[in-house]
Design a protein around this ligand. Structure first.
Ligand code: HEC
Length: 211
């Protein structure tokens, strides 16, 4: 009977040790499994493959949370028809290649992207439910690990607002803006803010790379 009393603390110690070892192994299994999966060559990496487990959920949730925190606000009603026509010109030169034009087949580039570029003038791809500020955030910053570029270095602030207003009103555009969105009508592209023009080399000279 004496031994039983002596056994008890030992058993308790063993249980604690097992618990701690279990905890450590449990913590290691997940990253180790992830590492093996990524190194195995079976993880989808081509644009045509199916999403990785949780990929879409993780990407969407993080994006929405960040935008909710940072998106600026502007009333869509404050944009004039002239703004929308300018927006259409910006769109033709900078966005149509991926996001398509009204009444046209989906852009071929989009089919080769993962995630695909939504066709912003179709019922499936429209962003008319998003506020213009949310779209402005995406145009300005781009969307990481997707083909969506951030345009902060390519376009001026006003151009980014105008093109955001255009797609936010994709289902309700004035005729002049729709006209500017016809295929082949690439309006006079407004020069990008801070854009530099490289002077053409004088005739008869070969341009050289500076050393
Ligand atoms: C090189 C291709 C490409 C170009 C050019 C491009 N985008 Fe995108 N864009 C994408 C892709 C791909 C996505 C999808 C990203 C995602 O699902 O995470 C996207 C997403 C978006 C979204 C979010 C759509 C949604 O459903 O939330 C908006 C809005 C958008 N782009 C607007 C524009 C505008 C405006 C321009 C031009 C100033 C532009 N994009 C230029 C590829 C492009």
């Amino acid at each position: 009977m004496l031994r039983r009393g002596g056994e008890r603390p030992e058993r308790g110690e063993k249980a604690v040790r097992n618990f701690v070892v279990g905890l450590i192994v449990g913590f290691l299994i997940l990253p180790a499994g992830l590492y093996i999966y990524v190194r195995s060559g079976n993880a989808p990496v081509a644009t045509a493959y199916a999403p990785m487990p949780f990929e879409r959920m993780l990407a969407r949730t993080a994006l929405h949370a960040r935008i909710a925190k940072e998106a600026p606000q502007k009333d869509l009603k404050t944009f004039t028809d002239a703004d929308l026509v300018s927006g259409a010109q910006v769109y033709q030169t900078n966005c149509a290649f991926c996001h398509g034009l009204p009444g046209q087949p989906a852009s071929a580039a989009s089919a080769g992207m993962f995630p695909r570029a939504p066709q912003l003038f179709t019922a499936d791809g429209t962003v008319t439910d998003d506020s213009v500020g949310v779209t402005y955030w995406k145009v300005n910053n781009g969307i990481r690990l997707s083909g969506m570029p951030g345009f902060h270095a390519a376009l001026g602030e006003q151009q980014m607002w105008q093109v955001s207003a255009l797609v936010a009103r994709a289902d309700n555009l004035p005729p002049a803006a729709l006209d500017a969105l016809r295929p082949g009508v690439v309006g006079v592209a407004a020069p990008a803010a801070g854009a530099q023009t490289i002077p053409a080399a004088p005739a008869g000279t070969t341009p050289t790379t500076p050393h």
